[in-house]
Design a protein around this ligand. Structure first.
Ligand code: C5P
Length: 229
């Protein structure tokens, strides 16, 4: 039987007021809210504190990608803010990943690796001179992330099954690029439905525009929460 992945709302808005309106509307039907580049750049760390005050959890998705010392110092700040999890680019390399994992080891904060963004098409990797196929590249970076102490990976649903198979059960899988049947693709290139994410063993699904732009967001959340039951 498939387990039920937890829904994460991508709070891709640019004001504190809008963000808190979504949290107040959807918590506890949605328990984890993703603060990404747009919202964090607009509002700073206060938004994380205010979301947490409601009882909800924060997924800090700033996709750190820097030298090991800078990554480790930023990771320490994410832990201090009480983020439930945060993202780092696996392309920052094994030393940086190991340092970040070390900083977070004694906390409850999970470190999640980003491999190849779900908006990237295979031919772009080819243009860059990457010889491995996109899925192989994701697996290579994922294995490197696990070896260096990361707790899980963000990947498309298409890659989730392979990640689960090769990297085992005790590795979190977070899948964005989720689109209800018939919904527009937007800028995502590797999309799937929530049902497909369930079938591939994802632990979390990240959904933004299909909820944020819905005429009835509560209904979309209800449908997404029903997947995997
Ligand atoms: O609106 P949509 O559902 O496409 O939002 C997906 C969210 O997941 C965005 O906030 C995006 O930054 C994030 N994300 C992604 N692909 C990744 C990592 C994160 O789409 N590989």
């Amino acid at each position: 039987m498939n387990h039920k992945p937890q829904l994460i709302l991508a709070l891709d808005v640019n004001t504190h007021k809008q963000a808190m309106r979504w949290v107040n509307l959807l918590y506890p039907k949605v328990r984890i809210f993703k603060v990404g580049l747009q919202l964090y750049t607009a509002c700073g760390p206060q938004i994380i504190k205010d979301i947490r005050k409601t009882g909800a959890q924060v997924f800090l998705d700033l996709k750190f990608n820097d030298i090991p010392n800078t990554m480790a110092c930023a990771a320490a700040e994410a832990v201090k803010l009480g983020a439930a999890m945060f993202t780092v680019h696996t392309l920052s390399g094994p030393t940086a990943l190991k340092e970040v994992a070390r900083v977070c080891r004694k906390s409850r904060t999970k470190v999640i690796g980003v491999t190849i963004l779900t908006s990237i098409c295979p031919h772009f990797l080819k243009d860059l001179g990457v010889k491995r196929a996109l899925s192989r590249e994701v697996l290579y970076l994922g294995a490197m992330a696990k070896r260096n102490g990361l707790d899980g990976l963000v990947c498309s649903v298409q890659e989730a099954r392979m990640i689960r198979e090769y990297l085992g059960k005790n590795f979190l899988i977070i899948t964005p690029g989720i689109r209800p049947q018939g919904y527009k693709q937007d800028d995502q290139s590797r999309i799937a439905t929530a049902g497909q994410a369930v079938a591939c063993g994802a632990d979390f699904i990240v959904v933004g525009r299909p909820i944020l732009e819905a005429p009835n967001p509560l209904l979309v959340v209800k449908e997404l929460n029903c997947q995997g039951k």
